[in-house]
Design a protein around this ligand. Structure first.
Ligand code: PHE
Length: 341
């Protein structure tokens, strides 16, 4: 046989084998194909090997080399087909056409929805938007100036204890300064006032982090809504009105607000705000008039402007509204819980 004919035969054999192995759609079909190509007695490879004997002696080295290549190609295709079937797949060319039965009932895709906390955040933004507050954002990784210093929290204050905060590893510091996960959204008060001259009227909603042990009412990460209003002649009466309107809008009925004296380094005076709940009062969050030291820290003149600020837990609001009794439910990602909202 002429060398050229032999080589062409090998090419065809290899191409046929690759196509056939790819097309084999189950183990049985693959076995039939395997016997056809690499069967020890009458496989096409065996036949080609025999055919080599009729090639001119001088051409045999070339023919032999080509034969080995074709053989490898066939073996690789066989191996690939084995693996494909073992993995349960079928090559696209071999996939039996899917049978479409238009009389079967359809499968309705399950539509998800926003997480209850996200829903609450959207609603709170909406309510405060109607009261003229725009939304400001701040980073969750903060420096000590924004989380503490400008908020009038001195370095010996217990709130700055490393055990009360998530400090970031020393290597990640910013210009050698410590960084931490913000423990309150009050950081955004500072960031906004640093950037904008008064008046300001903003809310900021987001995550805060504290190394608390998780239980029914605590979680090391939760969400706060911060409010800040600075202008001329702002008084505590404005604070109380805003909080009352806010609570009434969110809970959908007439609520009363009660202030109890409290202390925060960045407000003076400071209060705990409670709201009426049936015959009870429930704690709502911290608030107060912005401390003159804070106004000075951002370059405002406390003789010119005054302001109020408040910080409320978003989970707590959402739990109240929906009767959720364990904060941990929000973070389990259990659809049986989530789909109820
Ligand atoms: N940042 C305070 C806290 O996390 C709440 C607060 C905000 C109090 C604004 C007063 C004014 O507990």
């Amino acid at each position: 046989m002429a060398l050229a004919d032999f080589l062409q035969q090998l090419d065809e054999l290899a191409a046929d084998a690759v196509a056939a192995f790819e097309a084999a759609s189950d183990a049985e079909a693959l076995e039939v194909t395997r016997v056809e190509f690499v069967g020890a007695k009458s496989g096409r490879l065996k036949a080609a090997q025999k055919g080599m004997g009729s090639v001119d002696k001088a051409d045999r080295p070339v023919a032999g080399k080509q034969f080995n290549e074709a053989k490898t190609q066939v073996e690789v295709a066989l191996q690939a087909a084995h693996e494909r079937l073992a993995a349960g797949g079928a090559s696209s060319s071999a996939k039996p056409a899917e049978i479409f039965d238009p009389t079967l009932p359809g499968k309705r895709p399950r539509v998800g929805h926003l997480h209850p906390i996200t829903q609450t955040i959207e609603e709170l933004k909406d309510i405060m938007g109607r009261l003229g507050f725009s939304v400001a954002d701040g980073p969750e990784i903060e420096d000590e100036r924004h989380n503490f210093e400008a908020l009038n929290i001195p370095s010996d204050h217990p709130a700055r204890d490393p055990l009360e905060n998530f400090y970031i590893a020393a290597a990640e510091r910013s210009h050698g300064k410590p960084l931490l996960l913000r423990s309150q959204t009050s950081t955004v008060q500072i960031r906004v006032m640093e950037q904008t001259p008064p008046p300001v009227r903003i809310i900021s909603l987001g995550r805060v982090y504290r190394p608390d042990t998780a239980d029914a009412t605590h979680y090391p990460m939760f969400h706060q809504i911060e409010g800040l209003l600075v202008d001329q002649h702002v008084t505590m009466a404005d604070l109380k009105s805003v909080l009352r309107l806010f609570a009434a809008s969110y809970l959908g009925h007439n609520v009363h607000i009660r202030f109890r004296p409290s202390f925060f380094p960045f407000t003076e005076p400071s209060v705990e705000a409670d709201m009426s709940w049936g015959d009870d009062w429930i704690e709502f969050g911290g608030a107060g008039m912005v401390d003159p030291n804070v106004l000075r820290a951002v370059g405002y003149d406390p003789e010119e402007v005054t302001g109020f600020a408040f910080g409320l837990g978003i989970e707590r609001l959402c739990m109240r509204r929906h009767g959720v009794t364990d904060i941990r439910e929000f973070y389990k990602n259990d659809v049986r819980f989530l789909h109820q909202f």
